[in-house]
Design a protein around this ligand. Sequence first.
Ligand SMILES: NC(=O)c1ccc[n+]([C@@H]2O[C@H](COP(=O)([O-])OP(=O)(O)OC[C@H]3O[C@@H](n4cnc5c(N)ncnc54)[C@H](OP(=O)(O)O)[C@@H]3O)[C@@H](O)[C@H]2O)c1
Length: 235
Amino acid sequence: MNDEPHTPTERVFLITGASSGIGAATARHACAEGWRVVLAARSQERLEALAEELGGSGRALAVRCDVTDWDDQQRMVSEAMSAFGRVDAAFANAGFGGPRGFLKDTPEHWREMVLTNVYGAALTLRATIPALTDTRGHLLLTSSVAGRRALPGSMYSCTKHAVTAMGEAARQDLQGTGIRVTLIEPGMVDTPFFDNRPTEALKDDDIARAVMYAISQPPHVDVNEVLVRPTAQQG
Ligand SMILES: NC(=O)c1ccc[n+]([C@@H]2O[C@H](COP(=O)([O-])OP(=O)(O)OC[C@H]3O[C@@H](n4cnc5c(N)ncnc54)[C@H](OP(=O)(O)O)[C@@H]3O)[C@@H](O)[C@H]2O)c1
């Protein structure tokens, strides 16, 4: 029996929210370092264009998945297993924000945000933990600086506090499985997350490098949280 760890070229990284911003940048960095990637989001055409850019079906698989839908999440993992036979890292990254002020946003938008940012992340954990158990893999979740300190009137900040708790709850729950858990906590990043794109913000590549740092550590090192602000960000 071969007990050697799998080489990076064999490893598979599943990323939700991969059609844009931090998820797409992470997919590019992971591919450049020899990982195969599973790209999940709702925008099928964008995912397919990215999969093509990253080398096509042997290297990158595009899977349409609405993270709020349990059937989609299960299908995402089963398509990953059919294509590549394993999942070594899973990044629950899909999410979006909304206006601050408890009277500003609509209840319907709150509902979508909570379902996507919190329930969707939990479903990604649930769907990927069996495959990650087999590989003694790595689970990552995108929280935020807004998941470490409350922002005024921000329901988004509430959802990201839930994600921060989810990462620590998962870390404790998965003790003994060999699965490592990392919370990625970005400050302001210049992505389509913002309708009005910020200046003096991080680039999506800056967060992708933080993800790659966490997943490139040796098996006995579990990087639990990485909080990255732009140098110019105060709060
Ligand atoms: N930008 C920032 O300053 C910042 C700071 C801290 C944390 N974050 C977090 O970072 C993560 C990525 O955001 P980003 O900045 O990269 O923004 P982005 O470019 O807008 O990317 C968001 C991604 O989430 C996907 N998504 C949204 N709803 C989804 C759903 N129901 N099902 C599946 N995928 C869904 C989008 O794809 P589709 O629309 O194609 O589905 C897209 O790929 C989010 O969790 C966000 O909260 C961002």
